[in-house]
Ligand binder design. Structure first.
Ligand code: UFG
Length: 343
């Protein structure tokens, strides 16, 4: 069976994708520098799948290390490139870290792929490239205009999309799939892998689960005076396992030669927008656990509302994010409980 190189494969979305790939019979080699993940994730993957994926601890900016990986694993047929730094605030404070980790790593991966004649890559992009779409573009599809990024993190996603397009244009043997993720949440139903935020969570769901378990005194809801039905921001929350499955579809499509264009682009979302208050209230309903919260002022740089039109991925990839939100929130809660019971 073919082998997939998964960079960032011990991270949140990466680890869930490795599970789906292995369950579909792919061999996997993970490259991760463990800068924001833990090697113990490999045990979680092994417990779910029954075998441990191959793993190399290396930085994707390290050309020699990447060259070595491609030399040792000559059966690699595609790369899924997750490895990146992803904290929006940190990127404002340390832009060069983001340009190095996110842009340099992609360049290095592409250069090494070309050297070894590996022709397929899936790239993790983000709905952040759309900024706040005008009302006429909601739900947002792949043709909506991009907006100037609000952070260096967001800018690295735009730059990387351009690097991929330019590289594929120049090298006709290459194929790429760019996946624009909306807001991934939840954990594997086994509760053996999930999100492991470092320090105080910046994202909504880990903050909700940590508050529910008593690690945080209360959740701060950033604003209830937006132009939305309940005044809080709206996002498209997608189950991480559904998201992971889309990567398998994307790889299969490229490998079978079905791609219509050298670079294909897909939004990955549910097609349904939920507000912060809806998420918090649904979480309390399904878990029966109270999440103390306070409405505070708006968070700087927040987008009011964005959700996906995911028809392209639905029709062309034959994929749909259809896990009910109740089940997704429950999976996040099971994972949080499991994490704390181990500590
Ligand atoms: N929120 C709160 N309280 C919190 C955390 C978040 O009210 O403690 C709210 C935010 O204001 C926002 C919503 O919950 O309205 C979702 O916030 P997240 O930080 O979870 O997600 P964002 O949509 O702001 O950011 C995510 C990714 C970024 C990415 C961005 C756009 O985390 O990496 O989507 O793609 F850049």
């Amino acid at each position: 069976m073919a082998r997939i190189l998964v960079t960032g494969g011990t991270g949140y979305i990466g680890s869930h994708t490795v599970v789906e790939l292995m369950q579909q019979g792919y061999d996997v080699i993970i490259v991760d520098n463990l800068s924001n993940s833990n090697q113990a994730v490999l045990d979680g993957i092994a417990a779910i799948v029954g075998t441990c994926p191959e793993f190399v601890q290396a930085d994707c900016c390290d050309s020699a290390a990447m060259d070595d990986v491609f030399t040792r694993y000559s059966d690699i047929v595609s790369v899924i490139h997750f490895a990146a730094s992803k904290a929006v605030n940190e990127s404002v404070e340390q832009p060069l870290k983001y340009y190095r980790n996110n842009v340099m790593s992609l360049i290095t991966v592409l250069e090494t792929m070309r050297k070894h004649a590996i022709t397929n890559i899936v790239f993790s992009s983000s709905c952040t490239v759309y900024g706040q779409p005008d009302a006429q573009y909601l739900p947002v599809d792949e043709t909506a205009p991009l907006q100037k990024a609000l952070s260096p993190y967001g800018n690295t996603k735009q730059i990387n999309e351009d690097i991929i397009r330019d590289t594929v244009y120049a090298d006709k043997s290459l194929r790429a799939t760019i996946l624009r993720y909306f807001n991934p949440i939840g954990a594997h139903p086994s509760a053996l892998i999930g999100e492991l935020p470092n320090g105080v969570p910046q994202n909504l769901l880990p903050y909700v689960t940590q508050t529910a378990i008593g690690l945080r005194a209360e959740l701060k809801i950033f604003g209830n005076d937006y132009n939305t039905p309940d005044g809080s921001c709206i996002r498209d929350y997608i189950y991480v396992v559904d998201l992971a499955k889309a990567h398998v579809k994307a790889v299969q499509r490229m490998l079978s030669g079905d791609a219509d264009e050298p670079v294909e682009l897909f939004n990955l979302g549910t097609g349904c927008g939920l507000s912060v208050l809806e998420i918090v209230n649904t979480f309390m309903q399904v878990t029966g656990v109270k999440v103390p919260y306070q409405i505070v002022g708006r968070r700087e740089g927040d987008i009011e509302q964005v959700w996906a039109k995911a028809d392209k991925a639905n029709h062309i990839l034959g994929w749909k994010a259809d896990t009910p939100i109740e089940q997704v929130l429950m999976s996040a809660w099971q994972w949080e409980k499991k994490l704390r019971s181990n500590n």
